[in-house]
Write a protein that binds this ligand. Sequence first.
Ligand SMILES: Nc1ncnc2c1ncn2[C@@H]1O[C@H](COP(=O)(O)OP(=O)(O)O)[C@@H](O)[C@H]1O
Ligand SMILES: C=C(OP(=O)(O)O)C(=O)O
Ligand SMILES: [Ca+2]
Ligand SMILES: [Mn+2]
Length: 681
Amino acid sequence: MPTSDNAGNGNGLAKIQQLGDNEEGRPTVKAQTIDELHSLQKKKSAPSTPKGSLPTSASVFTEEERNKQQLESIRFPKSRSRTCDSYFTPDDPLLQEISFKFAKRRSSASLASLTRESGPKVVKGDPAARKYEASRVEHVPHQILTPTIAVSDSALKFTHVLYNLSPAELYEQAIKYEKGSFITSTGALATLSGAKTGRCPRDKRVVKDEVTENELWWGKGSPNIEMDEHSFMVNRERAVDYLNSLDKVFVNDQFLNWDPENKIKVRIVSARAYHSLFMHNMCIRPTTEELENFGTPDFTIYNAGQFPCNRYTHYMTSSTSIDLSLARKEMVILGTQYAGEMKKGLFSVMHYLMPKRKILSLHSGCNMGKGGDVALFFGLSGTGKTTLSTDHNRYLIGDDEHCWSESGVSNIEGGCYAKCIDLSRENEPDIWNAIKFGTVLENVVFDEHFREVDYTDKSVTENTRAAYPIDYIPNVKLPCVGPHPKNVILLACDAFGVLPPVSKLSLSQTMYHFISGYTALVAGTEEGIKEPQATFSACFGAAFIMLHPTKYAAMLAEKMQNHGATGWLVNTGWSGGSYGCGSRIKLSYTRKIIDAIHSGSLLDVEYKKTEIFGLEIPTEVEGVPSEILEPENTWSDKQAYKETLLKLAGLFKNNFETFTYGENNQVTKEILAAGPIIHDA
Ligand SMILES: Nc1ncnc2c1ncn2[C@@H]1O[C@H](COP(=O)(O)OP(=O)(O)O)[C@@H](O)[C@H]1O
Ligand SMILES: C=C(OP(=O)(O)O)C(=O)O
Ligand SMILES: [Ca+2]
Ligand SMILES: [Mn+2]
């Protein structure tokens, strides 16, 4: 049965919300048309040549001339000897057209990684010839498996499989065929993700069947919006048909999880080089040998993000749907090209598979000191997992997704996905330097001539991102595994400005704050001052968990207890007042606080218990002005402080009620007592 959110309208058709894509909460791009979107990406350059000289400055070309010039330079490289198109002169328009077509085929055929020895073959419209080509594709270790449709034109059509291409090959594909792809001044590949510039959690569906009905968390607060198997198959067929209609698709075979005993094999079938390069960076890259013996994947994604879902399909509420079938071990993406859906979609799968093996999956960053001390950094988006786990004095294990098993911690991924807004070399040097050849830069704005990225520019979106292989960070721990954590740091970006910059937590407090999963970000940064928006997301990642939050919390409590880990709450948000009055805590102060946690020095100082939240705050931290450690000190209006504190405490209590009743109640009185206590005045 559909949930109330997706209730049918009685005649068997799903209720269609005609709200388009601008519904609240769905991150969309700040443009009305594709052309407008593309025009946001590039800024006019200052002239690079003195007046009066030849018009070599890029700004004198129209967009079209520029593209044409670029294509020509790609098609007619200086060393012409080995390119098939080298006999044509670039200025013959007819030959140009032919050579372009030929080059296109050549590249897609040769890039299939199997025709290198035999050279390219041009496939004409003869089905027999296509059969020949298709049989050659069998040399590709793995083809996409599609259901056999008796005889239709689509079944006869041949689609090239571009299998595990290298970053260089993917750059060429992106630049040739995907509008909005450019090389930046540091060598990164700038791309546009299209209308969607963030995840769409309200369009993420999971197949509810006899098994998942009992296993998964459904209903209030759950991220798992149900769909039935039939509707999944309708969307799957739509995605597969779309992919089959293309001349070529990209296939990535890769791994998740650095723990060799719990490695998961994933296959990603996508239509864009951008998506293939993103996953190349984000998943663990197999060696040639591992690829030869890859076998059957444990999980497959069909990403047909350019193509919408059919809004008249049952359960659909918009033109976007991200669908997960655990029984089929498949995910289908329709109607969003935001690459983060693939990464986080696989994370959801891990949140199902790992607990079955008694392994805890964590939405956290992770790093390790020189002495082998491991820290976990939990937190919602924007709270500092990536920034603080990337620490020049420590070894990076991973920035976002981990497992904690009997043998210690392991990163699920092979790359990092950093926010780029206001990125600076001074504050985040390692991330800054990771933005080089091979890195995917999403939705950034750059100077059209020098291709220098302006990280302060939010014209396309505020959620600008860089996806790079983890070894682009110099002090990476390879393989990305480590011993049991010593510190568990819960990050909250408190835009109310009432949580202390750091407090030490008891185990029950750690559980309380882990289940609450609080952060508060500023509502809208453009239209002046607005109230901070409190967000509660169970386990600091409600969008990705598949089981009831208390299952993960119970595992965390047990592991922390067994291994003697200390819990900390770190506010990376506001101090001296709420957003609008106060200011964000300096990153350099937060880093000092984190240093003191890692070194153990914060265990040896005096503590003071706060009112309401009952948090233990240190009276001193090396390198941090002591007066900011107690938030009340930093507020000039003490009454406003008290009111804001009570307001936030009320929001916490309100949120926690979800977990204190209902069938799944495993929350003990102790955990409840570890939350804020509001005394009646
Ligand atoms: N005191 C602070 N602590 C952590 N991050 C901060 C702080 N002040 C500003 N920032 C910025 O906040 C953002 C944190 O984002 P990020 O590390 O990507 O979060 P996450 O990985 O948890 O989504 C970064 O852009 C960082 O530069
Ligand atoms: C990719 C994401 O992770 P984060 O914002 O936590 O870095 C996301 O939440 O979409
Ligand atoms: Ca995240
Ligand atoms: Mn992150």
